[in-house]
Ligand binder design. Structure first.
Ligand code: SF4
Length: 380
């Protein structure tokens, strides 16, 4: 099994938020009750343990809200990273619209950060309130203006559909507003109810009504229609970009290429091992200070599991699985392994094999991606 890659990505999880959103299952804690300087020191200790010797293609600082860190701490983190890894081609930082700061953006760009991802979620004030977000719709436009004024030309925005109380009209408005702001990338995710979140409890108690399934599907189709009309190309089930602005870091996940994950709760895939770090800031710092790795879960997938994962992830992209690349990466011939499933889904119009040797979902298949992918999850 050839899992080696000539380069690697780096994900850094900053586990702080100003306020916890009731739908969110990402690990984060209030910054006020923590010592972020110790956390940043621990990040470098963890990074050192990995002794990465491949070139770093991408860095993605997410969370949590990285912009909860003070400008000095965040820029210090960037400076230290880029002094060690000068070859980084795409460097993204997530930004909460309520924490946008033009001077910080200017500094980050000057240092080598070349992509900002703004957590917009909705342009409807009531929906933002339902989501428990700390920002107002106008702050999203202001954040984009600040990013552009600072010189960023690669700006992404996250949007959520299926928010309780939303309609196809409010969703269309959010999409059109986002597209009109001149960003280069938009991610559009359906709200998922994560276990043990306040939203999960509210749904179980009947205090929160979800958008019904047909409306949710209609919203997905509206996203594709509005964003395509605005010049965004869909390159993954939930992701749209102006040509040339696809997120290289996320493409690494969909190509099943290695990404080192550091920080509390961060997940990684490196040197044949999948890891998840301890979701606890104090315990994370203690482990790194004791010169230990911070992961508490590790899994070494079998060659068969890696092959299936590579197929399932590849199907998420609109270009699909490059069958030559697949064979190079996994050592297996896709048609030999999944011939029956491919034949069946091609016959029902959900999948197609193209002349340039790609196996991909059709337009119709994109709406049934999970059903198709379920036939690629094992080799039996
Ligand atoms: S959605 Fe973002 S801002 Fe809200 S709690 Fe989760 S990580 Fe923090």
């Amino acid at each position: 099994m050839k899992t080696a890659s000539s380069n690697v990505g780096l994900y850094i999880h900053i586990p702080y938020c100003q306020q916890k959103c009731p739908y969110c299952a990402f690990y984060s804690e209030p910054i006020e009750q923590n010592n972020p300087e110790s956390l940043v020191d621990a990040l470098f200790m963890e990074l050192e343990r990995y002794a990465i010797d491949e070139p770093l293609e991408t860095v993605y600082i997410g969370g949590g809200s990285p912009t909860c860190l003070s400008p000095d701490l965040l820029t210090g983190l960037v400076i230290s990273l880029l002094s060690q890894y000068k070859e980084v081609q795409e460097f993204t930082i997530e930004c909460n619209p309520a924490q946008a700061d033009e001077r910080l953006f200017e500094k980050l760009l000057r240092l080598g950060v070349n992509r900002l991802s703004i957590g917009a979620q909705s342009f409807n004030a009531k929906e933002l309130q339902t989501l428990g977000r700390i920002h107002q719709p106008q702050q999203i436009a202001q954040a984009v203006q600040m990013a552009k004024a600072a010189g960023f030309d690669n700006i992404s925005m996250d949007l959520i559909f299926g928010i309780p109380g939303s309609t196809v009209d409010t969703w269309r408005y959010s999409l059109e507003t986002a597209a009109s702001l001149g960003v280069q990338h938009i991610s559009a995710y359906s709200l998922t109810i994560e276990k043990a979140t306040p939203f999960d409890r509210a749904v179980k108690e009947g205090a929160l009504s979800l958008v019904d399934e047909p409306t949710d599907r209609a919203m997905y189709e509206i996203a594709r229609e509005v964003l395509n009309a605005a010049g965004f190309l869909q390159y993954e089930i939930s992701n749209f970009a102006k040509p040339g602005f696809e997120c290289r870091h996320n493409l690494r996940y969909w190509k099943n290429l290695p990404v080192v994950g550091i920080g509390p709760a961060a997940a990684g895939w490196y040197k044949g091992k999948r890891t998840t770090n301890i979701p606890d800031i104090a315990a994370y710092i203690e482990k790194t200070e004791n010169h230990q790795f911070a992961y508490t879960e590790e899994h070494i997938p079998t060659p068969e599991q890696i092959t299936c994962e590579t197929a399932v992830l590849g199907l998420r992209t609109t270009s699909g699985i490059d069958m030559h690349e697949f064979e190079k990466q996994t050592g297996f011939d896709l048609i030999m392994l999944f011939g029956n499933a491919i034949k069946q889904h091609c016959a029902s119009g959900l999948l197609e094999c193209t002349a340039d040797n790609h196996c991909r979902l059709t337009e119709k298949g994109l709406s049934y991606a999970d059903t198709v992918a379920s036939d690629f999850t094992s080799l039996d």
